[in-house]
Design a protein around this ligand. Structure first.
Ligand code: DGL
Length: 262
């Protein structure tokens, strides 16, 4: 395959959540050619061990390198907080990762009570704890693993009764803790942000790190030639699901959606 002159960006996640990051990236870098990989067959990553995360991330990274990407965006908090350092050591191209937006949350919170909803693996990771301890030392941080959410979201229906009940239970818990800022620390949860917004009865600011990731990617990408726009998507799971979410998010210039098992 001949390499085009455009900037090529590889993006991956355990599934469809990273498409929300792709959407932000596309707004910041409209001329780039994106290759997206959703490892839906192996989601959720948030319950996997570190060895699994590294092995599966490596497979995807190697595939993206074969596709001659110039930059890889790890659109998964779980992979970023656990193994991005190893990926950076192993592969000679720039990586941009995503982490729960703790630092911005400390700027938004008036009452110094922040909720963090992320995968169990992210909350246990050294990467996450490092950021939390650095920025939120003087805050009450209520951490909850979003158990069951990714599995439901991967079904591609973002307002199902099961999901509503699950989200309601998290909202009730966070409201009891009187948080005023909630960090959505998993890219899948951004797909159900409207559901959270509809269920909170107290004023709570919902934050994610997607725009920060897009800004960082833009900084790194600036020097690379940009010629045309294109998005290719691959999944180890359902192409219909990926296609439905691409449509739902109105991601533009998608030329190809294919099933691919690595
Ligand atoms: N979307 C991923 C994240 O941001 C992981 C979800 C999962 O597979 O558990 O952490």
């Amino acid at each position: 395959m001949q390499k085009s002159l455009s900037l090529r960006i590889g993006v991956f996640d355990s599934g469809i959540g990273g498409l929300t990051v792709l959407k932000s990236l596309q707004q910041s870098l409209p001329e780039a050619h994106f290759v997206y990989y959703a490892d839906s067959q192996n989601a959720p990553y948030g319950l996997r061990d570190v060895g699994f995360l590294l092995a599966y991330s490596e497979r995807i990274v190697q595939y993206l390198i074969c596709r001659e990407v110039d930059l890889i965006v790890v659109a998964c908090n779980t992979v970023t907080t656990e193994v991005i350092d190893q990926l950076r050591e192993l592969y000679p191209l720039p990586f941009v990762g995503i982490e729960p937006a703790i630092k911005p949350a400390t700027k938004y919170s008036q009452n110094k009570s922040i909720g963090v909803l992320a995968t169990a693996r992210t909350l246990q990771s050294r990467g996450y704890k490092r950021t939390r301890d650095k920025y939120a030392k003087n805050f009450k941080v209520i951490e909850r693993p979003g158990l069951g959410l990714v599995e439901e979201i991967e079904k591609g229906v973002f307002d199902s009764p099961v999901l509503k009940r699950l989200v309601q239970s998290f909202v009730d818990d966070f409201e009891c803790q009187a948080i005023d800022t909630l960090v959505l620390g998993c890219t899948h949860y951004i797909l159900i942000k409207p559901l959270f917004e509809s269920l909170f009865t107290t004023p709570v600011t919902l934050l994610d790190a997607n725009e920060a990731v897009a800004r960082r990617a833009q900084e790194i990408a600036k020097p690379i030639i940009e010629v045309f726009q294109m998005v290719e998507c691959y999944t180890s799971g359902s192409t219909e699901l990926l296609e439905a979410v691409v449509k739902h998010l109105e991601i533009a210039f998608v030329k190809n959606i294919e099933k691919l098992t690595l």
